[in-house]
Design a protein around this ligand. Structure first.
Ligand code: NAP
Length: 284
C-alpha cells in the first residue's frame, strides 16, 4: 500500500492562520512582532529565501525588514548593525542568512545576535538549551519536522530513528529533538559504513544529505516514516529531495514530498519563533 503523505504545505497554512491571530493580538498591544533578515552578498538561492521570509512575515501581519550588504562588506559593519538591532525594541527576531562570504567568522556573527532574538536557534546558548532538553528557540527546519510528526500522530517514544546528516542547522538539532522525544537515535554522516544497515533498522528516517534521490526503497524498512529534508535542483531546473520518492512511497507508511513537505514548514517555524519571541517580551 502506498504511503500516506505528511503534507507540509497544508500544515503550514493551518499554522500560519493561527499566527495571524497571535500577531494581531500583539499588534493591538503595540507590540507588533518584528523580524530583521540580514543578507550579505548576492547568492541567488539566498536572495529567494530572504524574499520568501520577508513576504511570509508580512502575510501574517508581522513587521519585517531586509538588510542587504555587498559581498565584500567588512564584518565589523554587520556586527555593529547586529548590536544596534539587539537594542531595538521593535525587533524581536534577527536572522543572518547563511552561508556568509569566506572572510566572515560565521560562528562569531551568530554569537553576536542576542540569544533572546536568535529566532534561527543557532546561538550556542540556544543550542545548549536544546541539548539540555529545555529548548528556547528550536532551529526552524527540525522544529517543522517535529510539528509534522505531531500532525501525523507519529509516536516517537521508543522508536529507532536514523538521521542522515550531521549539520548544525538540520542533522544535529533533529537528533537532539528525537532524543528528547524518547527515540533511540543514530546519526549518520559521509563516513558512516554500511549506511543501509542503519536505515533498514529505522522506524523513522530523516534524510538531510543534499544528494538527489539518495535514499532508495531497498534502504527503508516496510512501514517506516520517511522525512525528506533535502532540496536539490536537478539539471532540468526541477526540485527533488534526498529520497527517491516514487520507490520509497511504496514501502514507507508515511512520507514527505518535495516540494510541499518540509520546505514550507521551515519558514512557518521561523514565524513561530519570532511570534514566540515577541510574546515572551510581552510576558505572554
Ligand atoms: P550539509 O551541511 O551539506 O550536510 C549534509 C550532511 O550529509 C553532512 O553531515 C554529510 O556528512 C552528510 N552526507 C553527505 N554524504 C553522505 C553519505 N554518502 N552518507 C551519509 N551522510 C552523508 O547540508 P544541510 O544544510 O544539513 O542540508 C541538507 C539538505 O537539506 C540540503 O539538500 C539542503 O538544501 C536541505 N535543506 C532544506 C531545508 C528545508 O527547509 N527543507 C532547510 C535546510 C536544508 P559529513 O558531515 O561527513 O560531510
Amino acid at each position: 500500500m502506498a504511503a500516506q503523505i505528511l503534507d507540509g504545505k497544508a500544515l503550514a497554512q493551518e499554522l500560519r492562520a493561527g499566527f495571524k491571530e497571535r500577531a494581531a493580538a500583539l499588534t493591538a498591544k503595540g507590540l507588533k512582532p518584528g523580524l530583521v533578515v540580514i543578507l550579505v552578498g548576492e547568492d541567488p538561492a539566498s536572495q529567494v529565501y530572504v524574499k520568501n521570509k520577508v513576504a511570509a512575515c508580512e502575510a501574517v501581519g508581522m513587521y519585517s525588514e531586509k538588510l542587504v550588504y555587498p559581498a565584500d562588506v567588512a564584518p565589523a559593519v554587520v556586527l555593529n548593525k547586529i548590536a544596534e538591532l539587539n537594542a531595538d525594541t521593535k525587533v524581536h527576531g534577527i536572522l543572518v542568512q547563511l552561508p556568509l562570504p569566506a572572510h566572515f567568522d560565521e560562528a562569531a556573527v551568530l554569537e553576536a545576535i542576542a540569544a533572546e532574538k536568535d529566532v534561527d536557534g543557532f546561538h550556542a546558548e540556544n543550542v545548549g538549551a536544546l541539548a539540555q532538553g529545555q529548548p528556547r528557540f528550536i532551529p526552524c527546519t527540525p522544529y517543522g519536522v517535529m510539528k509534522m510528526f505531531a500532525k501525523g500522530g507519529v509516536n516517537l517514544s521508543g522508536k529507532e530513528a536514523v538521521v542522515i546528516g550531521r549539520s548544525n542547522i538540520v542533522g544535529k538539532p533533529m537528533a537532539l529533538l528525537l532524543i528528547n522525544a524518547g527515540a533511540t537515535v543514530t546519526v549518520c554522516n559521509s563516513r558512516t559504513r554500511n549506511l543501509a544497515e542503519h536505515t533498514r533498522r529505522a522506524d523513522i528516517i530523516v534524510a538531510a544529505v543534499g544528494k538527489p534521490r539518495f535514499v532508495t526503497a531497498d534502504m527503508v524498512k516496510p512501514g517506516a516514516v520517511v522525512i525528506d529534508v533535502g532540496i536539490n535542483r536537478l539539471p532540468d531546473g526541477k526540485l527533488c529531495g534526498d529520497v527517491d520518492y516514487e520507490s520509497v512511497k511504496e514501502v514507507a507508511a508515511w512520507i514527505t514530498p518535495v516540494p510541499g513537505g518540509v520546505g514550507p514548514m521551515t519558514i512557518t517555524m521561523l514565524l513561530a519563533n519570532t511570534i514566540e519571541a515577541a510574546e515572551r517580551k510581552a510576558g505572554i
